[in-house]
Design a protein around this ligand. Structure first.
Ligand SMILES: Cc1cc2nc3c(=O)[nH]c(=O)nc-3n(C[C@H](O)[C@H](O)[C@H](O)COP(=O)(O)OP(=O)(O)OC[C@H]3O[C@@H](n4cnc5c(N)ncnc54)[C@H](O)[C@@H]3O)c2cc1C
Length: 366
């Protein structure tokens, strides 16, 4: 095994998940993280929803592979961290205004068909706008914001991963032939330095194109809020158009999310965004409109032209990519970590993993 460490650029969800899998395989890993709190891994609702999201084609296949892997992946993290991740295989209901809309949904064949009575049975108190639904029992959620991210950090530290928090990667350094030789870095106290690196993974989320401009990744801002509901008020996740409601074990209801590509990296909440979420709540679950608000926050999804991630080798020898997971990064973290750890291993990926990596090459857009 090579002895030089793998440098992971970005300590968000992908960076942590990959660092964890590499460390489990005995690799030395260093994570460079500009700002822990800006990671979309701390923003997301944590839905594990390849079917409720209506994915199709290779992205659906990748999502289904990841969903299958999640229970074992979570068990590894929980064992290494000694902390729970908050996985809830609770099923997700997608409500529709008409049966025609329901039957035309791209993943309808994977769901249980619900009429109005079925919807009322699954979601006590669902609003009157909704006449039909699909129940995806195989989809679920994980408490990324309060549990998964922290458990991953602790699991990594326990396995010897080192972290530099507040360290911004300014540039990639290459030899004349193009191969990666290191990264230019500004530390938390402002000092600039070069760090040698022959193997690195770029996992900078929505900011990835700032380091490698040829990557077709752009931010899509999302605003969220949470309400404190009664415990057990909502068993299933409700995935409505424009708004979804995700109830945690303790009754905290996570409500998402706006989708604002025009906002770029502009920080902060907006009245229009928060109003959109409030009207979604009133339509989906009217009783929740009177539950007390707890938190409001926002973050940036890493969007790509086909909404699928960029995985595997880059054009720079020694630099691998794990970026561009857009709105499904929590779902895709398990398979991403598996694929990247395999890609960096001395044996390389197996044929099935190679086929998946091939479908998500960074230069597939032509
Ligand atoms: C509102 C919202 C709701 C979402 N809901 C869901 C959901 O329900 N289910 C789901 O599956 N997915 C969801 N997602 C998507 C998911 O959160 C992302 O796809 C995922 O977090 C991406 O992980 P990442 O590690 O690529 O990026 P991030 O988690 O954003 O991490 C990137 C990290 O890189 C660091 N970084 C950036 N530039 C540099 C640099 N130059 N040097 C050093 N560090 C750097 C940043 O500081 C950041 O911490 C949601 C996202 C948003 C915004």
């Amino acid at each position: 095994m090579a002895t030089d460490p793998v440098i992971v650029l970005g300590g968000g969800l992908m960076g942590l998940a990959i660092a964890h899998q590499l460390a489990r395989r005995g690799e030395a890993v260093l994570v460079l993280s500009r700002r822990r709190s800006e990671a979309a891994g701390f923003v997301a609702a944590g839905m594990l929803a390849p079917h409720a999201e209506g994915l199709s084609g290779p992205l659906l296949e990748l999502g289904q592979r990841s969903l299958e892997r999640i229970p074992a992946w979570v068990a590894e993290i929980e064992a290494d961290a000694g902390l729970a991740c908050g996985l809830r295989p609770c099923g997700i209901v997608v409500p529709f205004r008409t049966t025609a809309e329901r039957d035309a949904y791209p993943t309808a064949r994977f769901g249980q068909v619900l009429d109005r009575a079925g919807l009322e049975r699954e979601i006590l108190g669902i609003g009157p706008d909704w006449q039909a639904g699909l129940l995806f029992e195989q989809d679920g959620q994980i408490d990324n914001r309060r549990q998964l991210m922290r458990a991953l950090e602790r699991a990594c530290v326990g396995l010897g991963v080192t972290f530099q928090e507040g360290a911004e990667v300014l540039a990639l350094e290459q030899e004349p032939t193009g191969a990666l030789t290191g990264v230019r870095l500004r530390g938390a106290e402002g000092q600039e330095s070069s760090l040698p690196a022959t193997r690195a993974v770029l996992a900078c989320g929505a900011w990835s194109a700032q380091l490698l401009p040829e990557l077709p990744i752009a931010p899509v801002k999302g605003q969220m809020l949470s309400l404190q509901g009664p415990r057990d008020a909502l068993q299933r996740v409700i995935f409505g158009p424009g708004t979804y409601l995700v109830s945690r074990e303790d009754g905290l209801l996570v409500v998402g999310a706006t989708s604002e590509p025009e906002a770029g990296f502009s920080e902060g909440l907006t009245p229009a965004g928060q109003c959109q979420l409030q009207s979604g709540i009133a339509s989906l679950l009217p009783a929740a409109s009177s539950w007390p608000p707890m938190e409001r926050w926002w973050g940036f999804r890493p969007h790509t032209p086909d909404e699928g991630p960029l995985l595997g080798p880059s054009a720079i020898p020694g630099l691998w990519l794990a970026a561009g997971h857009h709105r499904n990064g929590v779902l895709l973290a398990a398979i991403t970590a598996e694929l990247l750890a395999a890609a960096l291993s001395p044996e390389g990926p197996d044929p099935q993993q190679s086929a998946l990596l091939g479908q998500f090459r960074w230069d597939r857009f032509g």
